[in-house]
Design a protein around this ligand. Structure first.
Ligand code: CS2
Ligand code: MG
Length: 407
């Protein structure tokens, strides 16, 4: 059957309203426009080039309705598979095509995915404070805003900086500005002395109801992670995140065997194959891939379907370094997926809303993707051009002896 809705244009925008975002815009022969997020924090220009130089030219003339076929074409057909750059580029195309399909059908994307499997999506945000008092101020602020789940990060005595925490404000930016990444010191022993005490104090102060989460950012060895998990049992965390780098998923078994603490991992995973062992051996409770970094809605659906078989829940990454387009895509998927537990929503700098107009809503600790056709996020090209790309990188951590620490 000849296509009646072909792709006539595919353009890439790199803008920096407070931080860098890569946005793909696809236009069809009948005048529909779809948007996809392709942001990879600190590697934005690589994914922009992958799209502009290699994928966009091949999109022109393709049937915009054939989302799965387009996914397979760029994944299987490329010879080079997987990895964050490839998968974010494919992910952006996939999101934009779902956006178009929704607009063509005059339906929100979650309807095309089978309709709502829940009424609303539980969300968590970040609370940070160097010391206990500042941290509790930040937690109280988040509770006032209506959050029922809060990720808590704090300072470590003896260190100058800790990723995810600022000394001055209640928020942080995942990437610094400037040429090259800044270096921070890291001390696992000091962290392991601080974390159990600090989190126990927070639990005592907030009572039983508030969900508390904590992110270790891959810093520990398996034995250190197991010890921390044991020490934190009393805190009854919603989850402990990224306790160690997960290139060897089987090493998580040590933590599993030695504690009952729920584990979350996967924000740096890009495909179902990255997730396979962790899911099939149930080495985690929550799988954290972001829609953009794991090949878009189509591929994330498959990851969540595999997760469902093993009683693992979806809980996608949602920092400020994925754009509101990704956030909306994640919420449509979450509303339509039964094994979806919670969506991270770190929040955005006010400048972001000058470029992206989103329609998803927050109410009493829950998010909803909105009933606008498609993904429900508009992108203002003119405003985007005002905010030029600026180099920005995540920091690099070194142990006290000067050796590089894992991210
Ligand atoms: C964090 C992020 O949100 C999270 O869980 O791990 O701050 C993460 O470090 C950044 O998104 C990295 O780009
Ligand atoms: Mg994280």
């Amino acid at each position: 059957m000849p296509a009646n809705r072909t792709i006539t244009a595919a353009e890439v925008f790199v803008s920096s309203p407070s931080r860098n975002y890569v946005t793909l815009k696809i236009t069809t022969s009948d005048g529909l426009v779809g948007y996809g997020d392709a942001t990879v924090n600190g590697r934005e220009l690589s994914v922009a080039s992958y799209l502009k130089d290699h994928l966009c030219p091949a999109l022109i003339g393709r049937d915009a309705e054939r989302i799965e076929d387009t996914w397979q074409f760029f994944y299987k057909g490329a010879y080079w598979r997987r990895g964050p750059i490839t998968m974010a580029a494919i992910g952006a195309i996939d999101m934009a095509l779902w956006d178009i399909k929704g607009k063509a059908a005059d339906m929100p994307v979650y309807q095309l995915l089978g309709g709502a499997a829940r009424d609303k999506i539980l969300t968590y945000t970040h609370a940070t404070g160097w010391g206990f008092e500042e941290l509790m101020d930040s937690v109280a602020q988040r509770q006032t805003e209506g959050f029922r789940a809060v990720r808590v990060q704090f300072g470590v005595p003896g260190l100058e900086k800790v990723y995810g925490v600022t000394r001055e404000a209640a928020t942080y930016e995942p990437a610094g500005r400037g040429i090259g990444p800044v270096t921070e010191d890291w001390d696992s022993a000091a962290y392991l002395r601080t974390a159990p005490q600090m989190l126990a104090r927070v639990r005592d102060a907030v009572g039983d109801e508030l969900h508390l989460l904590h992110d270790v950012h891959h810093r520990l060895t398996p034995s250190e992670a197991a010890r921390l998990a044991q020490d934190l049992e009393v805190v009854r965390l919603f989850w402990l995140e990224d306790v160690m780098p997960a290139e060897n998923p089987q090493l998580l078994r040590q933590v599993r065997n030695q504690s009952t603490i729920p584990l979350a991992i996967g924000e740096v995973f890009n495909t179902i194959w990255d997730c396979q062992q962790i899911l099939t051996e149930r080495l985690v409770d929550y799988i954290r891939c972001a829609v953009v970094h794991a090949g878009g809605i189509s591929h994330m659906r498959k990851i969540l379907a595999l997760a469902e078989v093993f009683n693992v829940q979806g809980a996608p990454h949602g920092p400020s370094d994925v754009s509101p387009i990704n956030m909306a895509a994640s919420l449509h998927l979450g509303l339509a997926t039964s094994n979806f537990a919670i969506q991270e929503h770190m929040g955005y700098d006010p400048l972001v809303s000058e470029v992206f107009t989103s329609h998803y809503t927050f109410n009493d600790g829950y998010l909803h993707p909105s009933d606008k056709p498609g993904l429900g996020v508009e992108f203002d090209e003119k405003a985007a051009r005002k905010f030029e790309y600026r180099q920005a990188y995540l920091p690099v951590a070194r142990n006290l002896d000067g050796s590089v620490k894992d991210w």
